[in-house]
Design a protein around this ligand. Structure first.
Ligand SMILES: Cc1cc2nc3c(=O)[nH]c(=O)nc-3n(C[C@H](O)[C@H](O)[C@H](O)COP(=O)(O)OP(=O)(O)OC[C@H]3O[C@@H](n4cnc5c(N)ncnc54)[C@H](O)[C@@H]3O)c2cc1C
Length: 405
């Protein structure tokens, strides 16, 4: 099945193989998902995912025995980079939860039975996952979570509520952090459970975001059940499992975000040239400013990628990149609304699809007001998810600058 991907020691050779794959799979006039309308983009995403799975590129770093291609870190990053360059996704929206998060976590912590059962079902698309961490009163302070699970014979019985569950409406499984021991200190009595969503005790309710989309959800558990053996790691020792899962974004974004943000900036410059904004001195200043920030981001990305590929685990300095790109994106998209002037008041034309999940619009997307308005509104979320800007600043202050707690 793995006709193209496979372990390779020569990264240069590997780039040529990825390009050959893209050439053979994409039409000659391919110019990015952004050229497709929403129905075509949805259809393309499913076909593309199936093709990636067939060629071992879907979960490319997984061992071959579990359906991956056993790629090295350098090859995996290169693959993501080449895909970003031509404007194709590395999977569909929920794959960040199914493959990057729970799939990788099962490879690390799962039992052989769990790996054999769940991993092929993820790759085939039979099981789609979402992430049940945050609660209404536990976000940044995740260890204070209060959703509970108790054993009843051979099953866990779960009660409580999760919130901001991205893609929960598209998923049939949720990995949930629950409190299984309320006597133990906060970080100790937590367990990670694998819970099927299709049951009476689980209720997924959409939340509308400021862009008018319902991408995330509230998830209520009322005597919901899962088998006793659906624990990842050990009972009451889920905290290190939960943290491993959050650490699986390793390197790809340092390579792909600068490409995506540069493509977006080029689109903004086109817009400013076309509508005359680029001729105004104040606007030119702002565009030059954003270009400088974009370049800084590129260097930060290169730096963290080089350290990652040299074998350094991501440390507190990852907070600098997260803070910088998320704040950059708010600024860049706000500038786009200024460039649009009155047009920024009404969303018209093609909107972004969900293939890039809260980042830039799809590569090749037309310069419509709906594109920029939606992206600008969605960019707000970048300073919240995966650790808010305030939390990143605390990490920088305490861990990098050595300031008092
Ligand atoms: C688009 C989007 C998608 C998401 N998807 C998921 C998902 O799929 N699954 C999931 O489990 N969660 C998801 N989240 C939730 C996300 O992880 C939380 O929103 C995030 O951890 C912040 O938690 P909170 O919203 O409870 O804010 P809080 O932690 O309540 O923070 C509120 C404010 O207080 C500040 N603050 C909090 N603590 C401190 C501190 N110690 N020092 C200084 N300031 C502080 C914060 O910076 C923030 O400004 C998603 C969020 C967004 C925006």
């Amino acid at each position: 099945m793995n006709t193209v991907a496979g372990p390779s020691t020569d990264v240069g050779d590997f780039r040529a193989r990825v390009r050959a794959f893209l050439d053979s799979e994409l039409p000659d006039d391919w110019a990015g998902v952004g050229k497709l309308d929403h129905a075509e983009a949805r259809e393309f995403a499913q076909r593309w995912r199936a093709s990636l799975a067939e060629h071992g590129f879907l979960a490319a770093s997984w061992p071959v025995e579990y359906g991956g291609a056993g790629l090295t870190d350098a090859e995996r990053v290169l693959l993501a980079e080449e895909f970003a360059r031509v404007g194709v996704p590395t999977g569909i929206m929920n794959d960040i939860f199914s493959i990057v998060m729970i799939g990788n976590t099962l490879l690390h912590w799962g039992t052989e039975e769990q790996k054999k059962h769940f991993l092929p079902r993820i790759l085939s698309g039979q099981d789609v996952w979402c992430q049940g961490y945050s609660e209404p009163d536990s976000g940044s302070d995740l260890a204070s979570l209060s959703t509970r699970a108790v054993l009843d014979g051979d099953e866990w019985v779960i009660n409580g509520q999760k919130i901001w569950t991205s893609g929960g409406h598209l998923a049939d499984w949720i990995f949930v952090l629950v409190r299984t021991n309320s006597e133990a200190p906060a970080h100790r009595g937590i367990t990670m459970l694998l819970v099927p969503i299709e049951q009476d005790g689980v209720d997924v309710r959409p939340i509308k975001n400021i862009a008018g989309e319902s991408e995330f959800n509230e998830v209520y558990f009322t005597d919901a059940r899962c088998p006793k053996e659906n624990v990842v790691g050990e009972v009451d020792k889920g905290w290190p499992v939960a943290m491993t899962l959050l650490g699986f974004e390793r390197g790809e974004s340092a390579a792909t975000l600068p490409i995506m943000f540069r493509a977006e900036l080029d689109r903004l410059l086109d817009l400013a040239r076309e509508n005359g904004a680029a001729a105004e001195p104040v606007m030119r200043d702002a565009l030059a400013d954003i270009y400088i920030d974009n370049e800084v981001m590129r260097f930060l990305g290169r730096d963290s990628l080089a350290r990652f590929l040299a074998g350094h685990a991501p440390g507190p300095d990852a907070a600098i990149s997260k803070l910088f790109w998320s704040e950059y994106h708010e600024k860049a998209t706000e500038l786009a609304l200024d460039v649009l002037e009155r047009e920024s008041l009404v969303a018209e034309g093609r909107r972004p699809t969900n293939t890039t999940l809260f980042q830039t619009d799809d590569v090749g997307a037309p310069n419509t007001s709906a594109s920029w308005i939606t992206t600008a509104l969605n960019s707000r979320s970048g300073t919240i998810y995966a650790g808010t800007s305030e939390i990143q600043k605390t990490i920088i202050g305490e861990k990098l600058l050595g300031l008092p707690k």
